[in-house]
Design a protein around this ligand. Sequence first.
Ligand SMILES: [Zn+2]
Length: 369
Amino acid sequence: MAKSGHGVYFDGVTSARHVVSIYLEVAALRIMGEHDMVFERWPYGELVHLSAPEGVLRLGRTGSRRLERLEIRDIDLAHAIDEQSVPVDRGGATERKGRKKIVALSMAAVVSLVLVGIYGLPALADRIAPYVPLGVERWLGEAVDAQVRTMLDTGPSNRAFECGSAPGERAGRAALDRLVAQLEGGAQISIPLHLVVVRRKEANAIALPGGHIYVFQGLIDKAENGHEVAGVIAHEIGHVANRDGTRAVLQTAGLSFLFGILLGDFVGGGAVVIAAKTVLNASYSREAEAAADRYGVALMNTVGGDARALGAFLTRVSGATHPGVKILLDHPETKERVAAIDAAASKSSPRPLLSAEEWSALKRICSGP
Ligand SMILES: [Zn+2]
């Protein structure tokens, strides 16, 4: 089995690609750059499996505030890392551990069903969402993410659904990474973000449970500057921080997940489909949207961006920043939202979050090879 190999490391702050050597130590991955300089040591237990194009293993680290990631194309090495680490394991190595967990979860499920009977599901989901352990949220996020991806990816199969990996798109991905790293640094949320731009023509963005954020190509196309993209992403980070996606999934698919666990259908095929549909069609309450706006504006103020850009974008785009929610230009709620955003925006003049070159690269993130 491979014990070492090569990969590419992104520090999440700069756009530099570091070709690194990777060594499998007993408890951690050692990531070394040129001249045997140790960049990082990532314990196996903290590895997160990020979505990646076919043939690439992309790893992140939980708890990391930066969007650092490691990309491995060497299949043997990827397998070896999988064998070593529990969270990225996709095979049977963790099955025995899993069984014990399922017994515990089944008991939890029975208790939950009783509570559902007492309180009713929506109220219970509302109470539980803030306390869902990060590990569970991440697991839920991975499961829902895979399903949402299949539902959204309706284009021709010969092109990547995700933008940013073709040679002509990489500069755009690097610019996006820098934008996200600034926002993530300011947000200080406990869950690492996985943000991707996908080839969909709607001017939309959605946040799934577990820190997954999808920005649609149509949104990048309609945005007029980096502040607008940042503003929408900051709003989505608000949904992640407030765990709105997790709450919505618990409210509609929570029972299916519980039954899935009880019946031993752990990943509960049916439940995942319901959860994915929920996330795609969810229109959050006005309160949840207002809270995400407040969060987004505060975050934009923190990082020094132009917080009013979100309002400008909402006003200009007659679509929605969420599927199922048609925000019309003259809709009083949109006007209210924009007024609240403007009122909370910092009065000091914003600094650019991206250079002119980075912004034009980001505009081309879906331009293909
Ligand atoms: Zn929203």
